[in-house]
Write a protein that binds this ligand. Structure first.
Ligand code: MIC
Ligand code: SF4
Length: 640
């Protein structure tokens, strides 16, 4: 078996491990972050379970740390008290980004992790099967329920050789994205192998597994080997380490080979992580902002790479360079070894250890200017500026370009080769991780006015007549459906308020039109709902009356979220897509019956009289959820 199969087999609760079949696996650990966590814990509370049933569950605060009003602070209090009451560890604001801290302090080879954030596969860097999911799925895992998913194919990515000077781990994953695109990983686990792994440290591996999310992959995983052991030793967690390797005769469904010796510095141009070019091809473009950080490139090693380049230089006068350390551990280490001081001397702006600019929490770039970021996503407008031009690159390319003021190939700039070796010992200080209360019955959950109850949908209609409220194209992201950023993100615990922003970057009239129609439909192209795990991209449209989403294909997490909140995802052919327009009225005359009894749903275009068929492809379990109007209704109904 390969590593992915070993991990699935050792956690399999039901189903056959045949690619495409629905399986269920047990979950050892969960993580949530604040922007998805408030809903996840409201959902968990609704299940009426006194204590989490996982081996370990951690609640992090890292997204909503810009407290411009009471909302985020209210959420923090709610999350801290709920963690204390229900048996969770709580990582306080300022302690770092969930994926970085989890890797450092909690991830374990051989275990499973479910996180309400799409970059949860970051922990795959240490041989953990780590999967991103909607908050409700994470809530169920905390309640001891298994996680259901389609058995993925396993793609072996063989890394050969060693990266040359100026080439970093980020360039490896950008190369994978260049070859496979943002939908190339859908239904797959990416498993890394080859002699190139020998030199690749855990933080570098995490850059690669983290951005597997941009491929649409279910997860990404590395073996747990000597490099992993060295990382655990340096984190003073040697006892948590176990070896995990593929069998010598392991079989894979697909395979690609990357020759690291031949790899060049790469960059994802606006506005998609798969719009990958050679840095050389875009060299010279003036840059006004450079941001180093986000969960993909904010480790101690990433910051040290940048610090070594910036030493003895000043940042170009037209460039604003920010750094957001991924964790307090990383921040303390660069503080104690003097690297931070060098960076301050060079002119960096220091942000807190949090997601920050990656999710538009400050640092929106100036109009019409280029922002170079070490982040993982450059979806349109995500930075907070309309028509933004965000490029994604390695910390090397970012630091060098901050000095020159133009996109620069680090190989032309670096006089010497900089390598950052894994420290023998990381600074260990878990004082900002609060353990669960020993007297949970005495803890009162604090609920400020920003915490609003969860809306629920009624059972699926027997028949439905509804208008298409919006028609969109391919690769629509959840940032398009439910934007984030400093203004909208604080409303994550308040569905009525946040629903006013659904599709606001695409069509500001959407919420009003959907609400006044009472029932509505959205139609999209390929890979609908790619990107984040935010269930608000399903919950808020459901609140506005959206009942069905028609698309040529769906991204995994978003499809699950739609089902969880009772919106029926239907796959349509390109012909059907072409013949349906915005405002077309459709009639589903036997909707519930079709879902119950067939794998297809029949519906009619009331304008042209044409009749169509669309696949729902739902498993027995998913049919029940849709018919009940969502997963919470099922869970409640099953309770005695
Ligand atoms: C993201 O990077 O888009 C986020 C913000 O971390 C999301 C989660 C969210 O929307 O809260 C993700 O990646 O799942
Ligand atoms: Fe935070 Fe950005 Fe990572 Fe999402 S991708 S978890 S917003 S740092």
């Amino acid at each position: 078996m390969n590593i992915a199969q070993k991990l699935i087999a050792s956690h399999l609760v039901s189903g056959n491990m045949e690619p495409g079949e629905e399986i269920a696996i047990s979950i050892d650990q969960t993580l949530t972050q604040d922007a998805t966590g408030t809903m996840a814990y409201l959902e968990f509370e609704a299940m009426g379970i006194p204590k989490v049933k996982t081996k370990l569950s951690v609640s992090y605060i890292d997204h909503n740390t810009l407290q411009t009003g009471f909302e985020n602070a209210d959420d923090h209090r709610f999350l801290q008290t709920i963690a204390a009451k229900y048996g969770l560890y709580f990582s306080r604001p300022g302690n770092g980004i969930c994926h970085q801290v989890h890797l450092e302090r909690f991830a374990r080879p051989g275990q499973t992790l479910l996180g309400s954030d799409s970059h949860t596969p970051n922990a795959g860097a240490v041989g953990m099967l780590a999967i991103g999911a909607g908050g409700l799925n994470v809530a169920l895992a905390m309640a001891g329920e298994p996680f259901y998913m389609v058995m993925p194919k396993v793609m072996r990515v063989i890394l050969k050789g060693t990266c040359r000077t100026g080439v970093a781990a980020k360039d490896i994953i950008l190369e994978v994205l260049r070859r496979l695109t943002v939908k190339g990983g859908v239904g797959k686990i990416m498993e890394y192998a080859g002699d190139g792994l020998r030199e690749l440290t855990v933080p570098e591996r995490a850059t690669i597994t983290n951005m597997g999310a941009e491929l649409g992959a279910t997860s990404s995983i590395f073996p747990s080997d000597e490099q992993t052991k060295a990382f655990f030793k340096a984190q003073k967690r040697e006892a948590d380490w176990t070896e995990l390797l593929p069998d010598a005769d392991a079989v894979y469904d697909e395979e690609i080979i990357i020759d690291l010796d031949a790899l060049e510095p790469l960059i994802a141009a606006p506005s998609s992580p798969d719009n990958v070019k050679r840095v050389k091809d875009v060299e010279g473009i003036p840059v006004r902002q450079v941001c180093i950080g986000s969960c993909v490139n904010s480790s101690y090693s990433d910051l040290m790479l940048a610090a070594q380049i910036l030493r003895d230089y000043k940042i170009h006068r037209d460039v604003s360079l920010t750094i957001s350390p991924g964790s307090r551990q990383a921040l303390r280490m660069i503080t104690e070894n003097g690297a931070l001081s060098n960076m301050i001397a060079a002119g960096v702006r220091i942000m807190e250890s949090a997601c920050g600019p990656c999710i538009g929490m400050g640092q929106a770039p100036a109009t019409g200017t280029v922002s170079l970021r070490t982040f993982n996503r450059n979806f349109p407008g995500r930075s907070g500026t309309a028509n933004d031009q965000v490029y994604l690159c390695s910390p090397l390319t970012a630091a060098v370009s901050a000095i020159t003021g133009r996109i620069t190939d680090p190989r032309d700039f670096m006089k010497e080769s900089f390598t950052v070796t894994l420290p023998d010992e990381f600074v260990i200080d878990d004082s900002m991780i609060v353990p669960p209360s020993k007297e949970p019955e005495k803890v009162t959950v604090e609920r400020g006015p920003n915490i609003k109850p969860l809306p629920v949908r009624s059972a699926l209609e027997e028949s439905l007549k509804a208008k298409v409220i919006l028609k969109v194209g391919d690769n629509i992201t959840t940032d398009d459906i439910m934007p984030a950023g400093a203004k909208i993100l604080p409303l994550r615990s308040n569905i009525p308020a946040i629903s006013e922003f659904v599709f606001s970057k695409v069509d500001t009239t959407f919420p009003g039109r959907a609400k006044s129609s009472g029932s509505g439909i959205v139609i999209g192209g390929i890979n609908y709902g790619q990107g984040s795990s935010r269930e608000h991209a399903a919950l808020a449209p459901m609140y506005l009356g959206i009942k069905v989403v028609l698309a040529k294909s769906f991204a995994r997490i978003h499809k699950d979220n739609l089902i969880n909140f009772g919106i029926l995802p239907l796959t349509v052919s390109p012909d059907v897509y072409d013949s349906i327009n915005q405002d077309t009225e459709l009639e589903f005359y036997s909707l519930a019956k079709d879902v119950r009894e067939s794998s297809e749903v029949t519906f009619k275009n009331l304008k042209t009289g044409e009749t169509y068929k669309a696949e729902h492809g739902l498993s027995e379990r998913q049919r029940k959820i849709i018919l009940a109007g969502g997963l919470l209704n099922c869970v409640k109904r099953e309770k005695p």
